[in-house]
Structures are given as structure tokens and as C-alpha cells.
Design a protein around this ligand. Sequence first.
Ligand SMILES: [Zn+2]
Length: 260
Amino acid sequence: MAANEPGQPVPLTGATSTSDLATPTSALAIGAHPDDVEFGCGGTLAKWAADGCIVHHLVCTDGSKGTWDPDVDVAALAARRQEEQREAARRLAGDNAGEVRFLGRVDGELESDLATRGEVARVIRELEPQVVLGHDPWKRYRLHPDHRHAGFLACEGIVAARDPHFFRDHLLDHGVAHHRPQALLLWEADQPDHAEDVSGVVDVKLSALAAHESQFESTMKAIDDAQMDAFEQRVRNRLGDLGRPFDMDAAEVFKLIVDL
Ligand SMILES: [Zn+2]
């Protein structure tokens, strides 16, 4: 894949891994920027949505750095990227698209601090997802701080959301009770141990990625039809490579954490 297309590593082995969780009733995917969720787990979400799962998005930053145009109106770009994210969610999940929430942090300046952790925990408590998906914050040699911080926010947000004495104001001031998800899936893991078969929904993932039109130049490296075809072929090849150790035609792979 091109240098800054968010991707996933090839798993070392399928031998000690699990595959294909039972479809959850609801899922919350937490991404740093608009488009990260579609790259990281769009196929898995599409598959689950087609089987009845309500799919929610939480996007931590406004995506206002996502352009090579030095003269861009950043407020207009951020607004456009919210619309693109909503369209991508509709394309992924159809009638089972749930909420698309935005924390609205400035792109490139996300922090996994206590206040932001509390905001993520409150979203988890309000939406009550059975499964949470996010960036793996422990991916080695990762340069982009937003992806690392968004990963920590997913992990630490679950810890804060699951127990009643964290962020008591959620209950006392807003009537929002604690909630414990059943599983966490981290994409971009160095050592993934779980695969989801997305063979039947690759086109849905590609369609959702294509909703992020503002990113065609800088992320997909695709400003004409031929380049868009090449981008889509890279994604197909990648999903095929990831699926091979699991005898799947296409897979998204994760680090799976249960017993949260
Ligand atoms: Zn990103």
C-alpha cells in the first residue's frame, strides 16, 4: 500500500489464532480521523451490519490536516470530512448504521489525557457496544501520534467505562450508567491473533472508503480512474494476503482482547 494508507501487517501465523466472532448486537469503532475506521475494520463492520449489528463510529479528530493544499479552508475541510464520514457509515452499515460521533479534537493534536478518556468512556457508556474496535496503540515504529493516542483512548476508555466509580459525573449529572463491552479488537496490530473473514464484503469496504473523496489525492494517491482502480486493487491484494494464513479469500486481522 502507499506510504500513508493506514494498513495492517501480515500475520506471522494463523496457527494459534481465532477467527470470526459471533456477530455482536452492536459495535463501536473508534478512529483517530475520518476514514481510519473504514481502512482498519470496514469489512468486519459491513459483515456484521448485514447480519443485524448496529454499527457506531467515534472519530476523535476533525481531520483538518488531511490535505496537501496549503491554502485550504480548514473549517470547510473539517465539515466536509464529517459529511464524508456519515456517508461512509451509511455505505458500510445501511439501515443498521448507528451513531457517528465526533470528539472534534484538532487533527494532529489528539491527546490521551484524562479529560479525553472521560469523553470516550461516556460515549461507550451511552452507546453500550458489545464490541469495541480501535487502533492498536502498541504498534511499533508508528509515527502518527493521533493513531497512537486514539488507540490508548479506546483501551483506557473501556477501563473507565466498565466500572461504576470512574467518572461518577456521567451517572450523577447525566444519568449514564457504567457499561462493560465483551471484546476489544485492535487493528494495525504487530502480532494479530484474530481474523475476520470479509470475503463477501470487500466491495462494501471499498465503497465506504470511496466516500472519503477529500482523501483521494493525499491518502489513496488516486486523482483519476486508473489510480483509483490501482488503489482498490492494493486494498484487495492486502485483504487477500491477510486472509491466506486463515484459508480465507479476504480478511481483516486484529489483536483480540476479551474478558474486559
Ligand atoms: Zn488516520
